[in-house]
Design a protein around this ligand. Sequence first.
Ligand SMILES: NC(=O)c1ccc[n+]([C@@H]2O[C@H](COP(=O)([O-])OP(=O)(O)OC[C@H]3O[C@@H](n4cnc5c(N)ncnc54)[C@H](OP(=O)(O)O)[C@@H]3O)[C@@H](O)[C@H]2O)c1
Length: 319
Amino acid sequence: MAVACAHAQPAWALALAALGLLVSARAAARLALWLYAAFLRPARPLRRRYGAWAVVTGATDGIGRALASRLAGAGLGLVLVGRSPDRLAAASADIRARHPGAQVRTFVLDLAADGLAARVGALGEYIRDLDVGVLVNNAGACYPYARYFHELDEALARDMVRINVEATTRVTHAVLPGMVERGRGAIVNIGSGGASNMPSCPLHTVYAATKAFVDQFSRALYVEYKSKGIDVQCQVPMYVATKMASIRNPSFFAPSPEAYSRAAVRYIGYEPRCTPYWPHALWKLVWLLPGPVADRVILSMALDGRAKGRAKDARKKAQ
Ligand SMILES: NC(=O)c1ccc[n+]([C@@H]2O[C@H](COP(=O)([O-])OP(=O)(O)OC[C@H]3O[C@@H](n4cnc5c(N)ncnc54)[C@H](OP(=O)(O)O)[C@@H]3O)[C@@H](O)[C@H]2O)c1
């Protein structure tokens, strides 16, 4: 009798143990799913599932150009959207050389210019008879380097709002009706890990705010159109070695646009929000820090970027 009493556990201890088990099982399941998605899950058959063409904005450089090339490799025809006819021609020639036989069309559209509604309307007309299965809203504008909000000039703020918010909204509005009619499609909006995966994004305030819009815009559309056969997704990368990020040499944490795009294409049509290049997901560990500490770490990184950017500006002025 005395032995039995020594082993009996109070009910609260058993409940606590059960809760611990549940939490651990949930964490293990999430980790297993993440590993599967990052390394094993097959890509969707994009052309068969969604349609024959892809529209990619900001397709003349960086992530957009690399993603367009990957989509051509997956058998889709391309409508490359960009502001420079010469750069569009160069991107088109490069993609055709890599994927002989690929159908590539170009559409000149400056997403920061006045009269955006009319120009996007013209894009809608241009693609009206195409079976557009995939739309990638990739074009974006960002600060050249970190700065305080009061240091931000009006033109740059306006461009970020126009390109990241207004153009993403208008282009989606132009392409979506065709997808609804056909009952299939995938929309990929390129957001930002800084806005969606980090506790704060100081010194890139307006950029992060516009990308937070992209995140919510995508999430709501995902729910609205899922039952209509349209998969909407927001991809939230951290650093990628492009002109925008001012990173020349790719590294483990800042991959080349090609390496990013290899991962990105494999995620199209799955989660509503994702971080396709797996090392980028490691940034989320910052959430383990207490909030004020995380803020301080992120701010000091941004201040470092600001100091380097200002020094570079000063050197340029002195030349
Ligand atoms: N690189 C990163 O670290 C990073 C991280 C998170 C999110 N992102 C997001 O990823 C997307 C692509 O960025 P990226 O790094 O690949 O930048 P990028 O190499 O600078 O390329 C940006 C693309 O957008 C086009 N573009 C810029 N302004 C435009 C305008 N007014 N009208 C039409 N097209 C315009 C550029 O055209 P031009 O060739 O004519 O300049 C270029 O094709 C952006 O939405 C960005 O916010 C990037």
